[in-house]
Design a protein around this ligand. Structure first.
Ligand code: NAD
Length: 295
């Protein structure tokens, strides 16, 4: 299949490579020329705009930073809708707010193009290995059509419901993840300050009712686990600024639907403070450093 792929960053580039490996023909576009050149070297054709990448495509996939970029890339003068043929399905895998996802999908529908939101989890490792989870919002017929393509890039492809629900699933999960990471940080820091060994405390939590992914798979306390960012100075992993972005999406979506997110808003502010201190590039589990006394 001929696929237009737009947004070739940390996630988009390895996802596009996996589509090439699976034998699809790609026409790619990114505003950063070296990202386009890298995919060209891997066998893709290069386009000069989003409209051009979509022009001959039978399917369009986008992987962009956030909501404003998605609006520009789909609705702008040189955007996807300016180039794509009627009837071609559009898939946005960026993490954006559900409201924008639904707005852009409605504009695409008016233009004659079915659209699905399909944000992912699994990070850059999952993108490279082709083991991402896709959370898909859109019609059942669109899901059936795109599922075999997404399978070249992911392992779990889940239909969450109507348009926008993929984004809802993604931001609710990350809202909870941000909160639990701060909770585990607080508990680990309190326990060690009160004199218990960090590994002993983590072992108790992980076999007791406080257990969660942030404690048993991604513990933020250095020395508790190997092969996690806490074991390598919080490098790699999922950046604190990306967590801040996702918490912001959840808090904004909550405001629009008049839902309270008390802990989510507190988590957002803690990550904002952490980012303002210049630590936004560290893995999000480094938030535990907010609890450490300055030496
Ligand atoms: P990134 O910033 O590395 O890549 C985004 C790419 O989009 C860049 O190459 C950028 O040049 C390009 N771009 C920006 N504006 C454009 C435009 N107008 N036209 C064409 N290209 C444009 O971001 P990423 O890490 O690849 O993340 C992409 C999305 O996936 C984000 O929404 C992020 O929240 C989400 N996500 C990221 C991770 C992760 O671990 N990095 C994990 C899950 C989900």
């Amino acid at each position: 299949m001929k696929i237009g792929f737009i947004g070739l960053g940390h996630m988009g580039a390895p996802m596009a490579r996996n589509l090439l490996k699976a034998g699809h023909a790609l026409v790619v576009f990114d505003v950063v020329q070296r990202n386009v050149d890298a995919l060209k070297a891997a066998g893709a054709a290069a386009a000069g705009s989003a409209a051009q990448a979509a022009d001959q495509a039978e399917l369009v996939i986008t992987m962009l930073p956030s909501s404003p970029h998605v609006k520009t890339v789909y609705l702008g003068d040189e955007g996807v809708l300016a180039g794509v043929a009627r009837g071609v399905t559009l898939v946005d895998s960026s993490t954006i707010d559900p409201h924008t996802a639904r707005e852009v999908a409605a504009r695409a529908e008016q233009h004659g193009n079915p659209m699905a939101d399909a944000p992912v989890s699994g990070g850059t490792g999952g993108a490279e290995a082709g083991t991402l989870t896709f959370m898909v919002g859109g019609d059942a017929a669109v899901f059936r059509q795109i599922e075999p393509i997404l399978r070249h890039m992911g392992r779990n492809i889940v239909h969450c419901g109507a348009g926008g629900t993929g984004q809802v699933a993604k931001i609710c999960n990350n809202l909870l993840l941000g909160i639990t990471m701060i909770g585990v940080s607080e508990a680990m820091n309190l326990g060690t300050a009160l004199g218990i060994d960090a590994k002993v405390l983590a072992g108790i939590i992980n076999t007791s009712s406080g257990r969660c992914w942030s404690s048993d798979t991604y513990n933020p306390y250095p020395g508790v686990m190997e092969n996690v960012p806490a074991a390598r100075g919080y490098s790699g992993g999922f950046g604190a600024d990306l967590m801040l972005k996702d918490l912001g999406l959840a808090v904004d979506a909550a405001k629009q639907s008049k839902q309270p997110v008390l802990l989510g808003a507190a988590a957002q502010q803690l990550y904002q403070m952490f980012s303002a201190q210049g630590a936004g590039g560290l893995d999000f589990s480094a938030i535990i450093n907010l609890y450490k006394p300055k030496s």
